[in-house]
Design a protein around this ligand. Sequence first.
Ligand SMILES: [Zn+2]
Ligand SMILES: [Zn+2]
Length: 237
Amino acid sequence: MARGSNPRGGTTLSRRRGLVRELILAVVADNEARAPFLETWGLSLYLETPEWRAYWDADTSPKVLKHNARLLGVTLKVDYLIFSHRHWDHTGGAKAVRAKRRVAPSDPRFPLPAERVAGPARLAEGLYLTKTLRGEVPERALVVEVDGYGGVMLVGCSHPGVEELYKSALELGLRPRAVIGGFHLTGAPKELVERTLAGLYELGAEEVHPIHCSGHYAKALAKSNAMTGTVLSFGKA
Ligand SMILES: [Zn+2]
Ligand SMILES: [Zn+2]
């Protein structure tokens, strides 16, 4: 891990910050899907760069992952399978993914064999894990730094709060422009959804895709239609 000291206190990874040349992000599994994609309550995002390939979380079902990956034309053989947190809707489909490295948070209740990385850590060129936020469910975020775009932050369920996860990226000297994943806001009061999104924009986010456990109101506010089958690209067009 590249870690330098920050004169204002704290640490930063910025001295040896690497970038990926381009990022293609595909939503392989989400609670919302239109046929012929299959739908389950879960989350799995596929990341492809010229430097490496990875999955962020592994949904609920290996069957859904295989089916949707085939439809999207994305591989299930990757360099990294990285988990946000231990819950079944992020780990249940793991056996469908063949990864050279499986990276889990340092959580004694994590259900699968995997390398435990508490974070913060730089896993590969332009690929950063934030520190694990402690609480009832230890969880962290992933940030991909893309040349010509900036940071793309991925979250799982955001049990510690998506703004707290964003702040953990700021602590590394990263200020993600895009945020995608579950915001833990299904059924939340409207004011809380509004406050959370406003907080994210204030911290530095510009493009927000609330999926999985974010609820429809968050999606509408963020003007995002992301769901299973959505492919986003960042960097080189
Ligand atoms: Zn969860
Ligand atoms: Zn979840």
